[in-house]
Design a binder for this molecule. Structure first.
Ligand SMILES: [Zn+2]
Length: 250
């Protein structure tokens, strides 16, 4: 039984009741819990895991890490039993740390913002990597055309991309997520999907208003660009054919 990923449909839901499907206790009060549904975002796609608590009538389980098991489709909640006991089939209350999630959503959405700022400035860069953790977030691109990669050129790039990003934040562009059947998608969208997504029945697409086409994404987002808040590009550097943009959301 796959875990129902409730956070995918409602990213502002930080409490939920769920049922324990399996529960394994390890040494030092550590445990792994699987539920029928969850609001804990499992680490992946450059976005860190949610943290929080799971409570039963007598028990308190502190969730340190949620991981998706790709073979079973189940989210494994790893953490420490703080008090009491838990049992299979028991109903439990989930509480996600909302402040941490909001920061993760802002940092992840800022990655999309950078992609679209670059796109709208027609800078020939193709995204290759995103790391949206609070400690040192960055995105990486490879050049697909002529770009001035001297330090003066990179400084100008930094200034232009940051200015465009700030404009997009001020424009409060909506960021929406739609899950579609693959067969219902337009050919232009379908052709841009990675191999894995092209073989799935459903695909979750994030649409950033103003972007030419939506892209597949499993992360959590803010609802419009203004919620990204105070956004700063810390550094633009080029090394080993990768252009890295380090940024922060204050
Ligand atoms: Zn995303």
């Amino acid at each position: 039984m796959r875990t129902e990923l409730v956070y995918q449909n409602d990213m502002n839901l930080f409490t939920l009741t769920a049922k324990i499907i399996s529960y394994i206790v390890k040494e030092d009060s550590k445990a792994v819990m699987i539920l029928d549904q969850t609001i804990f975002y499992p680490q992946g796609g450059g976005q860190p895991s949610d943290v929080g608590t799971i409570k039963s009538q007598s028990g308190l389980f502190k969730v340190k890490m949620a991981k998706m098991n790709p073979e079973t489709g189940q989210v494994e909640h790893e953490g420490v039993i703080d008090q009491g006991i838990f049992a299979v089939d028991e109903e439990v209350s989930l509480d996600v740390d909302g402040a941490a999630r909001l920061l993760h959503s802002r940092l992840h959405s800022a990655g999309h913002l950078l992609d679209h700022a670059i796109q709208s400035l027609s800078i020939p860069l193709k995204g290759t990597k995103g790391y949206h953790f609070p400690a040192g977030p960055y995105v990486e691109y490879i050049p697909t055309g002529d770009i001035d990669l001297t330090s003066t050129g990179l400084d100008l790039l930094k200034k232009n991309i940051e200015t465009r990003s700030h404009e997009m934040i001020a424009e409060k562009r909506p960021i929406t997520v739609v899950t579609s059947k693959l067969e219902d998608l337009e050919t232009t969208v379908r052709e841009t999907l990675p191999e894995k997504a092209r073989n799935a029945e459903f695909v979750r697409l994030v649409h950033f208003e103003g972007a030419p086409i939506p892209g597949p994404c499993g992360g959590t987002h803010v609802t419009n660009t203004s919620e990204i808040g105070n956004f700063v590009i810390k550094k633009v550097s080029f090394k080993a054919n990768a252009l890295r943009i380090a940024y922060k959301c204050e």
